[in-house]
Ligand binder design. Sequence first.
Ligand SMILES: Cc1ncc(COP(=O)(O)O)c(C=O)c1O
Length: 437
Amino acid sequence: MSHEELLARHRRVMPSWLALYYQRPIELVDGKGCRVTDGEGNGYLDFFGGILVTMVGYNLPEVVEAVRDQAGRMVHTSTLYLIRQQVELAERIAALSGIPDAKVFFTNSGTEANEAALLLATTARRSNQVLALRNSYHGRSFAAMGVTGNRGWSPSSLTPVNVSYVNGAYPYRSPFAHLPDDEYVKACVDDLRDVIDTTTAGAVACMVAEPIQGVGGFATPPDGLFGAMKEVLDRHGILFVSDEVQTGWGRTGGHFWGYQAHGLVPDAITFAKGLGNGLAIGGVVARPELMDAVQANSISTFGGNPLAARAALAVLDYLREHDLQANARAVGARLRAGLEALAARHPAVGDVRGKGLMLAVELVEPGGKTPDPAAAARAQEAAREGGLLVGKGGLYGNVLRIAPPLVVTEAEADEGLEILAAALAATERDVQDGQGS
Ligand SMILES: Cc1ncc(COP(=O)(O)O)c(C=O)c1O
């Protein structure tokens, strides 16, 4: 069946608010490594991996075999029974977390992971007050939407948490954008102090932050910002939750977790996306007394079931044995250098940012910072026509997000850069020809 027919069926039965990429949306039906094939037989280099989920590449034999073997034995039992794969995975994640004596609770998604972290923090601190960052995205439940600081991803204002939004995560569009990094950090910390003093009452449960904002367009604050903020939080006993749903597992190259660039140890870390390489698994890893603060039963029926946990173990094995964090660092540096070279040639590129294999290009109207979402849409479309899939996002939808699987090679990075260069050139020609909007 053609994409067109499938799209018509999709539109009839799927919600209107479920956005699809591209003027003519595509179905991806096959994949190997960093390459995918669509339902009409076209091949692409995939630099978005199903929103940073396909972390060790498509069809990796080590993961496929583990899933096949587990599926033939036991898919699901529920946490009413001991789950060997889940216990082993929890031990591995606790040891990797950097949190002393950590405990782990498994969920099916990043949303539920954040929901669980908020439950822990609000229970432990006996407060529903939470600090979140402007331009953040934390998921689609009422609490996760509540701590989301982006109108485009806030379909409801109903929320169980009382939230104050803090400055700092998005330097390019910050009121402190003109400051050098050290003064920027100081200004944000002063602002945080002010937010706490002027907008909160009594105990505040926690601050939740993405070390690099995902949906927010890979907005990247200066290293050390959250560590400096934590000194203020510590004075009030406010817990720090690091949402590592996009930044975890070595993607940022320099560190295994995004928080490690900030000189702090979080009280809890939430994770999801890449861990299962497509199998649904997420969770929260936290200090033991925080995890155990919950005083009633709580369960995730599917969370960390034998199949998902086994897949995650295979993913972690591969990740560590092949040092994919080092690959993210090396290939990421090459990609970034290429993107910066493109920025030098194209005045529509307002900002290149990110770390490792989590890189973004923000498109603006040349000569200023006015967001140009139409240019981003055209560049994304042109990249697809050239055989490259990239993501799009940011507060104004004007940011291209480049986040290939962590197994991407230098040759693939160069190939992707070439396609992107042609896509940006075509976009610029369109604007000059007056097709811009
Ligand atoms: C940083 C972050 N947290 C949480 C979520 C929510 O995860 P999920 O879509 O698996 O519920 C996302 C999803 O994009 C995310 O990027």
